[in-house]
Ligand binder design. Structure first.
Ligand code: BGC
Length: 556
């Protein structure tokens, strides 16, 4: 059983307030954190090997909604594995058919080849399922075809283009290759770090003689950015607040000085950068660590890493709350919770899911699954606390008579404090991107810039695509984030920030990148084969429509 915090309460001491106050982030801290964030962004843009990796993605433009085609997308996130068939209709809309598969702990922590074989099996199962696009595909490649061809794409042009959304830090070297820097979110599969994840996946497809070709690699944040741009016509930041947290934004290539004198820099223009902000401030010099955060970090599989993520994301909030709860149960000489009772669930690491915090807050606010049928009748405080007590009994597996209404109230306060802190810190990341891209100034301490620098896109809407369980389901997460954003960048800018859910962003983003890759591939082949052959080189149901139309995506 993991150790708990030993707390001794002195007579008359308001221990609960003292514990809760540790989770308050004052405005001064918000500014300090945002400034540190901006400094760390610059470090990452300047050279390799920093906490915030600031990864160039080789995505040079964002879509405008006119893109068309049907693509396969494979999405390995934190919790699920998804295979989707995405149909981009070319009018800002899309349709999507998907299948989710579970990724067991054994797969997350076993051999990388086993994990990637499972990914390939899932794609195979999806394609084999009824209604799959395989009906329009050429016959499977034989092992001979594959070994004799230097490049499977060249085999009668008969492959299904697939975009891979891989939601881990990957140092990209091209649109279709990149090395895994480190695992996050509880993954630790062996022999993957340092390897090209596209190759690991392609090898798995080839081992199974599948006519699928991984043509593009994207992070889920890049997917959120691209898909939001596709559906809304403009977006500068894609952010995930889910099991993990991260953001990708559109940067001036000239600022990515670590690219040196590469072709991209010579060309100029813009490039999407995957910040990997989950790794912001691993030193914890600016982040407001409590003893609970330190314990959660120490007991995680990546101590000292993903500093920011461990304050914000769904993987950790429940675990922070569990540690606070257990420490209050154990307070001596007199317990502060559940008359000193604990439960198997509470004693187990990861025993409290962030969804429990969400449910407690919904029960208090009377929203979501607790929304009243008749909204004119407001429940009393007692009724709300009774609902919370039910959630606690059920989700923390405690005997009903050990949970009082006072306990329910304490649990509610713990949840609210932890979630508020997460939302306030998330606002720092969004504010930093707005400042970095010249769309905002900090409202404090930027006096000189206020008079001399004009803002980019002054007066225009600022598109932000978001996805993830916290922002989608946690009560008022966005509202809380916005309140802190207002403090940091002022009402006018906050008002213009148009935060929209990039639902299915991972799938749609991967499809959009696959489209770019196919167009680039077609461009390459264009000089050696006839236009007719190019147009017919791709399976009819999968691939970009109007494949002879080679316009790049719109420059933002
Ligand atoms: C990963 C990022 C990812 C984020 C959200 C983090 O743990 O490092 O690559 O974008 O989770 O899924």
């Amino acid at each position: 059983m993991p150790q708990t915090h030993a707390i001794y309460a002195h007579p008359g001491e308001d221990l609960l307030s003292a514990v809760l106050q540790q989770f308050d982030v004052h405005d001064d801290h918000l500014f300090n954190i945002t400034r540190t964030f901006l400094r760390e962004m610059w470090d990452g843009l300047e050279s390799y090997g920093h906490d915030m990796a600031m990864i160039p993605t080789f995505v040079r433009s964002t879509p405008d909604g006119s893109e068309k085609g049907t693509f396969l997308a494979l999405d390995l996130g934190g919790t699920n594995l998804r295979v989707c068939e995405v149909n981009l209709h070319g009018d800002k809309t899309f349709s999507l058919r998907q299948q989710k598969y579970k990724v067991s702990d054994a797969l997350k922590t076993g051999e990388a080849t086993t994990l990637f074989d499972y990914l390939a099996d899932s794609v195979d199962a999806f394609l084999t399922d009824s209604g799959s696009p395989t009906c329009a595909l050429p016959p499977s490649l034989t092992p001979r075809d594959l070994t004799e061809a230097s490049d499977p794409v060249d085999v009668h042009g008969s492959y299904i283009p697939l975009g891979l959304t891989f939601s881990f830090p990957v140092e990209q070297t091209a649109l279709d290759s990149g090395k895994l820097l480190t695992w996050t979110k509880g993954f630790s599969a062996k022999n993957a770090i340092g390897n090209d994840v596209v190759k690991l996946l392609q090898d798995a497809f080839d081992r199974k003689h599948m006519h699928v070709r991984c043509v593009a690699l994207v992070n889920d944040t890049v997917g959120a950015l691209l898909s939001r741009a596709y559906t809304s016509g403009g977006c500068i930041l894609g952010a995930i607040f889910g099991t993990g947290t991260n953001g990708a934004y559109v940067e001036d290539v000239a600022n990515i000085s670590k690219l040196g004198r590469s072709e991209e820099v010579k060309e100029g223009g813009l490039m999407v950068v995957n910040t990997e902000w989950g790794g912001f401030n691993n030193s914890r010099s600016a982040l407001p660590s409590t003893p609970y955060d330190k314990k959660v970090d120490r007991e995680s599989i990546n101590p000292g890493k993903q500093g920011f993520e461990k304050f914000i994301s769904g993987m950790y909030l429940g675990e922070i709350a569990r540690n606070v709860i257990v420490s209050l149960i154990d307070v001596a000489p007199k317990s502060l919770l559940f008359s000193g009772h604990s439960s198997k669930q509470l004693n187990k690491q990861w025993g409290v899911d962030t969804a429990v915090l969400s449910e407690v807050e919904e029960a208090w606010e009377g929203i979501g699954r607790f929304a009243p049928e008749d909204s004119s009748r407001q429940p009393s405080v007692q009724q709300k606390l009774e609902r919370i007590r039910d959630v606690i009994v059920r989700r923390m597996e405690l005997p009903p008579d050990s949970v009082s209404l006072d306990d329910a109230d304490i649990i509610r306060k713990i949840c609210t404090h932890i979630a508020w802190r997460a939302a306030r810190l998330s606002a720092c990341a969004v504010a930093a991107v707005l400042v970095q891209t010249g769309r905002a100034r900090l409202t404090r301490g930027d006096e000189e810039a206020k008079n001399t620098v004009t803002l980019v896109d002054e007066g225009k809407r600022i598109g932000v695509g978001v996805d993830g369980s916290l922002v989608e389901h946690y009560p008022y997460f966005e509202k809380k984030l916005r309140a802190s954003l207002r403090v940091l960048v002022g009402d006018d800018v906050e008002h213009r920030v148009d935060i929209g859910l990039a639902k299915d962003g991972s799938g749609v983003g991967a499809a959009l990148c696959a489209l770019v890759a196919c167009r680039q591939n077609i461009t390459k082949q264009y000089h050696t084969v006839s236009e007719h052959e190019v147009a017919n080189g791709l399976p009819q149901s999968l691939g970009p429509e109007n494949s002879t139309c080679l316009d790049p995506l719109v420059r933002t």
